[in-house]
Structures are given as C-alpha cells and as structure tokens.
Write a protein that binds this ligand. Structure first.
Ligand SMILES: [Zn+2]
Length: 457
C-alpha cells in the first residue's frame, strides 16, 4: 500500500502506552516519519504493515520516552565533587567560582555529553536551566546549539541571579534581560526547542531583577522555570529578608499567577502546599540530588493529595553526579517508601507516569509527548529483555523501576530518529565529545581554583 513502506514496527511483549490503550500484551507501535502511526496487537499490525521493518522483539518492553523535567547543563562538566556539602556550601564553593567561566562553547559541549547520557537512560525531552555569570557572551545559547547537534528536544532557560540572600545586586540587569531575549530567539530558530524565563532562585535575585523577571514573563506570555522550597536555610533567610517565605514572596509578586515549573517543593507547610495547588504551580521531584545534598524529602503523598501537579527530574549533574533518569525513577520511589514507612505509598506505574506523561504535561507538551498514542511524536524507548535486569518479567512496571539499568535499554527513537541502536548511540561522536569535555572541565577547574576537591587542577 502506498505510503506504508516507510513504517517501522517496534514490538514488545509489553507495550506500556500510558495512553488510552494502556498496557498491550505482545503489542507494537508503528512509527512513520516523526509520528506514531498506530499502536495495538503485534500480529494485527504486522499484517497491516506487511513491508514494515520490525524492531524491538518478543521479549522487549516498549515505553514512551522519558521527560527529565529539571536539570542544569551548566553543571555538565562539574560532576563528582563536594559530596559532603549542603546546598548553600556547594553553591558558594563550587557553582560560584565556576559560574564566570561557563562559555557558550562549554554549554554546547556539556549539553551534548549529558544528552548522550540522557538518551542512554531513556530520556527524549529535557527541561534545562543554564546558570552562569559569564555576561555578554550569551553562554546559555550554547545549550540550544548542543541540543540541536545531539538531536534532543528541550525547553531552555537562563537561570538568572544577581544577588546573594541579602538582596544586593551584583550583576548587570540589562545584560540578564538581553540574554533572556536572545535565548528565546535562539530557541525559536531551532527545531523542537522552546523557551522559559529562568529565575535561578527567588532569594538569588535582587528585588528589582525579580520584579523585572515577572513583568517580562507576563508581557511576553513566557512560562517560568525556577526553584522553590529546596532547603530549610532558604526559608529562614527569606523570612529574615522579607518576613515571608520564598513561596509567599513569589505569590506576593504575582509570580505564581504565571505558568511556573519549579524544582523541589520540599520545605512547604500546608498553606503553601494548598497555595501552589490552587495556582497550578508545577513541582519537579529530584530525589537523587535531594539525597546527595541532604536537602530533605519532597513529600509526594502530601503534594499529590493537595492536587499539586508533579513531575520527575535528575537536577544538575553537579548535585547528582550523573543524568541517569533510571536512578531518579528508582530512588524517587524508594525514598517515598522509607519516608512514609509504607511500601505501598507509591507504585511503579505512578513513577513511570511521572517520568513520562507528567513531565510532558507540566512543560505544556502533553499534546505531543508523554504517551504512545497515534499522532504524537515518535519518542519511543525499548528495554530489550536481553540483559539480566529485564530478562525475567512478571510485572513490567516494577521490573523497570526496580530492576533495570541503562544496559537494559537497547533502542531509543526521538521524534522518529534513532538515537540508540542496540545499545550504541547514533549521531553523536561520543569519543570526540568526551575528549573536548575533559579538556574544558580541566580548564574550568584551573580557572576556578578548585584544587581543594578536584584532581583535574
Ligand atoms: Zn536545580
């Protein structure tokens, strides 16, 4: 039949659509171009698309691509340091010294390196916030350069800050505003990249910049990407500065009336939780980074009960030491069980829904991504079943959340383009990227004087 010869059928013993068709036993997804053309029983689709190439396999598990809903490619080359520091110490001793040295080239190379890791752990869309103090160069635009070269779709933002908790401005506001605008234009010129206005943290902006940021987002109809309620220190310092918490301050300044995606939501009292739910503020849970920095625990049960919309992220590579989304999914589940002393508090299917459909939804991409439905973007992940982690499958949801490692992921398509083929990255010169990344990481470490905790310097 005309027009059907370029269909690829991706077969699985379990096709977990996270859409109206639910979990299909011995099923398949048909992709054509960048879209999902069909989903259903494997044999019926094989008869319907007789000339189609068949991928996946009779023991595979097929899922929609994951959405990493909160990260920082600005930390892409800063992994494996400061494990014994709290967020504020880590920010002062690692991020602050390196922030002036994060150029557009660093952004591009770091983004490609971490996209390789993201594809290898099933991620096909990412929500980034690039934080730097290299004003004038437009360093954050390098993230779009990197996303395009890697073939990853994403949402980009510049995590602007111009002060410490005291509120005194120490950076040029005009240059920050110009970079938001330039990044927005760069994103518009790219395929599959969109823009949000970044507010690094509420405490990290002077009152003048915060007011400017909210006004810019409102006037331009931009969504916002920020952090809220990550640490107890944040709450104390905000009360000292304004007599209000950062959540209350964000509401006072009408930030919460906008489309806001915020990392963490850990230190929330009941009234703040209800406020975030009523405003439609989206919270991204970052369990691995929260554990490494000992921030605290985002109480999914309480937030979910209040109606807060939730997604899942890795957070930046410097507070996680990797971009392994499978770890975020597994640790995200385990941390909730321990926190509640209740193994039934969260189920594997819910964690995978958070990692796929919810991530797409909170970023405003739910009509296009997050489930295997006809007409949606062909973002598909295959766990082959040919590696021990998924060789024995009684319950596919539980086996992926608790048993799978990146070696179990054999194939990934992003927008119908093969990014992982039988475990090998496609379209990324990984040895070349690693060589560049090592060199740049060493230069940043030396310029930033990180000798105390870096063997590179
Ligand atoms: Zn973050």
């Amino acid at each position: 039949m005309a027009g059907l010869d370029n269909v690829t059928l991706i077969r699985g013993r379990h096709v977990l659509t996270f859409g109206p068709k639910g979990a299909i036993a011995d099923g398949a997804v048909a992709i054509r171009g960048d879209r999902i053309a069909d989903a259903g029983d494997y044999r019926a689709l094989r008869d319907k698309y007789a000339d189609a190439v068949v991928e996946g396999g009779e023991n595979a598990i097929v899922l929609p691509g994951f959405v990493n809903a909160h990260t920082h490619f600005s930390e892409a080359l800063l992994t494996g340091m400061c494990e014994n520091m709290t967020l504020f110490e880590w920010g002062a001793k690692l991020l602050a010294p390196t922030a002036p040295h994060l150029t557009r080239e660093v952004a591009k190379v770091g983004t490609i390196l971490r996209c390789a890791e993201l594809f290898s752990t099933g991620v096909t869309s990412v929500n980034d916030m690039f934080c730097h103090a290299c004003y004038g160069e437009g360093a954050s635009l390098g993230v779009v350069d990197g996303l395009e070269e890697a073939g990853m779709s994403g949402v980009v933002s510049f995590g602007a800050e111009d002060s410490g908790p005291d509120g005194k401005s120490n950076a040029p506001r005009d240059a920050i505003v110009e970079e938001h605008k330039a990044l927005c234009e760069r994103a518009k010129a790219a395929k599959n990249v969109s823009f949000r206005l970044g507010i690094g943290t509420v405490l990290g902006q002077s009152d003048a910049l915060f007011e400017t940021s909210v006004a810019l987002a409102r006037e331009n109809g931009w969504g916002v990407h920020t952090h809220l309620a990550e640490t107890r220190e944040e709450k104390i310092l905000a009360r000292q500065r304004w007599g209000r918490t950062t959540v209350e301050r964000a509401d006072d300044c009408e930030l919460l009336d906008l489309d806001v995606v915020a990392g963490h939501g850990i230190w929330l009292d009941d009234s703040e939780t209800v406020l975030l739910a009523s405003k439609g503020t989206k919270i991204v849970y970052n369990p691995v980074a929260n554990m490494i920095l000992a921030d605290g625990i985002c109480d999914l049960q309480r937030l979910r009960g209040a109606g807060v919309r939730l997604a899942l992220g890795t957070d930046g590579a410097a507070s996680n030491d990797s971009q392994n989304m499978l770890e975020a999914i597994k640790f995200g589940s385990l941390l909730q069980k321990v926190h509640a002393f209740d193994p039934s508090v969260v189920e594997a299917e819910e964690m995978l829904l958070m990692a796929a459909g919810n991530g797409a939804m909170v970023l405003g991409l739910g009509a296009e991504r997050g489930s295997l439905e006809v007409g949606k973007r062909a973002d598909v992940v295959v766990f082959s079943g040919e590696w021990p982690g998924t060789a024995i499958v009684h319950n596919p949801f539980q086996q992926i959340v608790n048993g799978a490692s990146p070696r179990d992921i054999s194939d990934v398509w992003a927008g119908g383009i093969r990014k992982l083929n039988d475990g090998k990255l496609v379209g990324i010169d990984l040895p070349g990227v690693i060589e560049k990344a090592r060199s740049l990481a060493s230069i940043i470490a030396k310029k930033s004087n990180l000798r105390d905790f870096s063997c590179l310097a």
